[in-house]
Ligand binder design. Structure first.
Ligand code: IPM
Ligand code: MN
Length: 370
């Protein structure tokens, strides 16, 4: 049977987006080389570069290509160049339009503390422990999309709306509980129910969903307490379930605790086409210098193989390759922090990971041969 074809739309975007996406694509090609899948990868403009070229951050042709793909792999969008544009011409607006059009409401952000990076974490090793967290961030509701919204410049007044319906909370809660079943069976639902009505609805709905998962432990935590527990005892968390903005903030915090924002991948699932993107931004200050960390993007490619390619073993090979390269002491600049280890650039880090993927396959074939 010929290997399955996966049609991927790559949206490299702005800043370091193109250079990290290139390395993620190389990792995918290395998997395809070993006969796991056939790849068809189409690149399209999105974000600030699309504003420059087409006057809109999400051109129709880009959106149509994404809707016709099996998966979308995004680098990063945004930069100071477009910060003063009206909202319809901001790169971030294009990303939100894309998320909404693809329909994925569950954004999974795994933050794993690798022993090889324990010296990069701002936490002492005994505090960081072997923390292994997934933030399940609701991605299509809350303040990001709530109406009404607006900025009345003359009046000096602006407003946004935090809104959720029970159905939207229920469906994201089920994703978190299902995920917990494959892990340590613990969900921490994060809200601000002592102040916000939206959070009261959130909490009640999550409690109702929990009845169907008696094998999963559930606790509730206010978002400020969660921010605190993340730095004092991250190992207490398994799955963190939370709304859009809280998830945005907490996932950056969790990422930095693992050593660098550049490490964290994400997968947005639940809609017709899943979207994969590292959680870091476009980092315009270091763009084009071949020093950005491509591992978050490469790990996003692994998630793509797992959730859109049904290739869990290939995904594990990529993840194991990342771990092996870090264990061997290779570091991008963000991870170096003046400590021992060999500092490599973006492209070389990509080459090292591809090499480690090939090693993993060789070991696998050698094993099957005996
Ligand atoms: C993220 C980013 C985006 C978000 C921005 C770029 C719109 O910060 O993916 O975390 O806020 O969701
Ligand atoms: Mn963010």
């Amino acid at each position: 049977m010929p290997a399955r074809k996966i049609i991927i739309v790559a949206l490299p975007g702005d800043g370091i987006g193109p250079e990290v996406t290139r390395q993620a694509v190389r990792a995918l090609e290395t998997i395809a080389e070993h006969g796991e899948c056939r790849l068809e990868i189409h690149e399209h403009p999105a974000g600030g570069c699309a504003v420059d070229e087409f006057g809109t951050p999400l051109p129709r042709a880009t959106l149509d290509a994404c809707l016709g793909a099996n998966a979308v792999l995004l680098g990063a969008v945004g930069g100071p160049k477009w910060d003063d544009r009206p909202r319809s011409q901001r790169p971030e607006t294009g990303l939100l339009q894309l998320r909404s059009a693809l329909g994925g409401f569950a954004n999974l952000r795994p933050a794993t503390f690798l022993p090889a990076l324990s010296d990069c974490s701002p936490l002492r090793p005994e505090v960081a422990g072997q923390a292994d967290i997934v933030v399940v961030r609701e991605l299509l509701g809350g303040l990001y999309f709530g109406e009404p919204r607006g900025y009345d410049r003359e009046a000096g007044e602006a407003h946004n709306t935090m809104r959720y319906g029970a159905e939207e909370v229920g469906r994201i809660a089920r994703v978190a509980f299902d995920l917990a079943r494959g892990r340590r069976r613990k969900v921490t639902s994060v809200d601000k129910a002592n102040v916000l009505e939206v959070s009261q609805l959130w909490r009640q709905t999550v409690q109702q969903v929990a009845h169907a998962y008696p094998d999963v432990a559930l606790d509730h935590m206010y978002v400020d307490a969660c921010a605190m527990h993340l730095v004092t005892n991250p190992a207490r968390f398994d799955v963190i379930l939370t709304e859009n903005l809280f998830g945005d903030v907490l996932s950056d915090e969790a990422a930095a605790l693992t050593g660098s924002l550049g490490m964290l991948p994400s997968a947005t699932i639940g809609g017709p086409v899943n979207l994969y993107e590292p959680i870091h931004g476009s980092a315009p200050d270091i763009a084009g210098r071949d020093i950005a960390n491509p591992l978050g993007a490469i790990a996003s490619a692994a998630m793509l193989l797992r959730y859109s390619g049904a290739l869990p073993q290939a995904a594990s090979h990529i993840e194991a390759a990342i771990t092996a390269v870090l264990k061997a002491g290779y570091r991008t600049a963000d991870l170096a922090r003046g400590r021992a280890g060999q500092v490599v650039g973006t492209t070389e880090m990509g080459s090292l990971v591809c090499g480690a993927i090939r090693d993993a396959y060789e070991r696998q074939f050698a094993y099957h041969a005996v």
